[in-house]
Design a protein around this ligand. Sequence first.
Ligand SMILES: C[S@@+](CC[C@H](N)C(=O)[O-])C[C@H]1O[C@@H](n2cnc3c(N)ncnc32)[C@H](O)[C@@H]1O
Length: 294
Amino acid sequence: MSDTAEHATGYLLGHAALEQRRLLIQASYVRPWTARLLRRAGLTEGMSVLDVGSGLGDVAFIAAEIVGPGGRVVGVEREPAAVDTARRRAASAAFTDIVSFTNADLAEFDPVGSGAAWRPFDALVGRFVLQYLPDPAGTLRRLAGFVRPGGIVVMHDMDVSNPDVSVPRCALWNDCYALLGALFRAHGIAPDFGRHLTRVFLDAGLPWPDVDSGAMTGGKPGSTVFTWLGSAVQAVEPLLRQAGIALPDGLVVDDQLVATLERAVQESRSMVLGNTHYGAWTRLNDGPHRSERP
Ligand SMILES: C[S@@+](CC[C@H](N)C(=O)[O-])C[C@H]1O[C@@H](n2cnc3c(N)ncnc32)[C@H](O)[C@@H]1O
């Protein structure tokens, strides 16, 4: 994956209101999948968890429900506005005793230097973040160094590269879906990043991970797939224009897009796919903690 402007300057999708809305919509539909993944990976009551690229806090909140009052969760996020929102949401969900958020870049985040209270985490988690980093394996290796021997690393990413996402074919659905992959490619980001997770874990020097996947699927009137794709295209429209990616002929990107997609899918009587999720998890080897090694 090449280094690109957004790798140097910020998160590709930014943090404008439409992107924050998209993140919340995405977080609510993918929540059960992430919760199952974290439990399956071994997260359990009382653990300490580091959530990287914590965004608006959704993964940290799932982790907090799992670890409970005896555990703790630290979210790390580079964007100050997202950290503010996450802190507000933690307060209104009464999670502040368990969850805290730190404003830092993952390339520089260093809990070891934060003082005498430092203890290695039991688990490192992250969702939809590695693919936006210039060096996913290098960063994962570094972050895994903050996890205790025998601790857990679990990453959740996705694939939006599938060219065949409706049966019978719904042209509008396929064309809108293809915009997401085109945008990632235009910025040097692999749209099928989720499928690279095993390699990224191994390149990071971690033990071979278990993996699981699941595709968001729908089509029935009212299905959340419509909101997912409609809100995503709305959020990225300015980036598509900047990247010179043409919108499908006649497509109007506005608040009606979700309804337009739903009508098109009803007309073609299709089953449609959203993104495919990939989860990878592993347990670190027992032995001296990395930060204690010479
Ligand atoms: C797609 S969002 C996912 C947010 C959250 N993990 C979730 O699943 O709801 C990716 C987040 O990673 C953050 N991010 C990207 N690169 C980062 C970096 N180098 N350091 C810290 N945060 C980063 C972005 O600002 C953004 O909030």
